[in-house]
Design a binder for this molecule. Structure first.
Ligand SMILES: [Fe+2]
Length: 339
């Protein structure tokens, strides 16, 4: 298959309080508000190549309302849309959106709202924002916590292997790794990618009956020192760290998790491997190998199993499943009072 997708271009999230969320990303996290249109707030990190990477829209609950992928070419957009339709998914062509051109939008087979687009408006710096590095879209932020750019999104699904395989077969994502439970061959996590990173789409198992949920959105900083400083700045100014800093076994990225005002989980990453192998065969990790926290010396907080919008049921994490979720997965009859 020719290369169809290049990378994750932007995410649209819903928040019950758009202003509170936008203020958090701008003032606490060091992103910048670039546009406000029809109640939506558009934000960028200083190293994002397009005008924006995060859109916050009004909604009753925290949720992921769109993930936008840039195709490798205008032709690849046509091919990708055709492949989605041939796989039995109805989609819609939109002629343009805010600072992007023709796009194909669809809801994936596991309930996730997708946008495929080639024409995206590049960010153009002005006199005050122009970097002395010609290749930087703008100057490095003066904010001590600021991320460089959008990194990935991790969503929840009823079938981790099925979802990874669909996006691999239809759109050419490479499947990079799986995590199975220790106790049974139940897959609770996978990472898939459009490029050299370990993932720009993470997938966790969800036993709720609500499709299309999101576990977290993630941004990037250059170094581990930057990540530690972000944790320091967030804590100094009243934002608790949910989990980390530490390093994932899968992907070998440093991680840090915290929440924005809507409750949505945000991750910050640095480091990680690069992998260009076109016929990579995914390893299946077990949690005791440190798939999530490679140092294996700290207990993951139970709150990490929450996905968004909230729903009855459990979601796994990079670390595997909670004891509660394992009990439900391994003995569903007992869980439902039928055992
Ligand atoms: Fe992540």
């Amino acid at each position: 298959m020719e290369k169809l997708l290049s990378h994750l271009a932007h995410l649209e999230i819903a928040s019950p309080d758009v202003e509170a969320s936008a203020t958090f990303y701008a003032e606490r996290f060091g992103m910048r508000i670039v546009d406000r249109v029809d109640g939506a707030v558009y934000l960028r990190a200083w190293g994002d190549y397009y005008e924006y990477s995060l859109v916050i829209v009004s909604g009753p609950e925290p949720a992921l309302t769109r993930m936008a992928w840039r195709t490798a070419s205008a032709e690849a957009l046509e091919v990708a849309a055709r492949r989605v339709q041939e796989a039995g998914i109805e989609g819609t062509w939109v002629q343009s959106g805010h600072r992007f051109g023709r796009a194909f939008e669809f809801t994936g087979p596991y309930g996730h709202p997708m946008r495929l687009v080639y024409e995206l408006q590049r960010f153009t710096a002005d006199e005050t924002t122009r970097s002395i590095y010609p290749d930087r879209p703008e100057k490095r932020s003066q904010h001590a916590a600021a991320p460089r750019f959008l990194d990935h999104v991790t969503v929840a699904t009823s079938d981790v292997r099925g979802m990874a395989q669909w996006y691999s077969d239809v759109l050419g994502f490479r499947i990079m790794a799986f995590t199975d439970l220790e106790e049974a061959p139940i897959t609770v996590f996978s990472v898939i990618t459009t490029n050299e990173k370990s993932h720009d789409l993470g997938i966790v198992l969800d036993t709720s009956d609500r499709p299309g949920r999101v576990n977290h959105i993630a941004f990037w900083v250059d170094t581990l020192e930057d990540l530690f400083r972000t944790a320091d700045v967030l804590m100094e100014h009243g934002t608790d760290i949910e989990y980390g800093p530490s390093v994932h076994g899968i992907g070998e990225q440093n991680f840090l998790y915290f929440r924005e005002p809507s409750g949505l989980r945000v991750e910050l990453n640095s480091g990680g491997y690069r992998n260009y192998v076109p016929d990579w065969e995914a390893n299946t990790w077990l949690p005791h190998q440190g798939s999530n926290n490679f140092f294996r010396n700290g207990e993951m907080p139970h709150s990490m199993t929450e996905s968004f919008p909230p729903a009855e049921g459990h979601t796994a994490t990079e670390e595997g499943a909670s004891e509660e979720m394992k009990a439900a997965l391994l003995n569903p009859y007992a869980q439902h009072g039928r055992g």
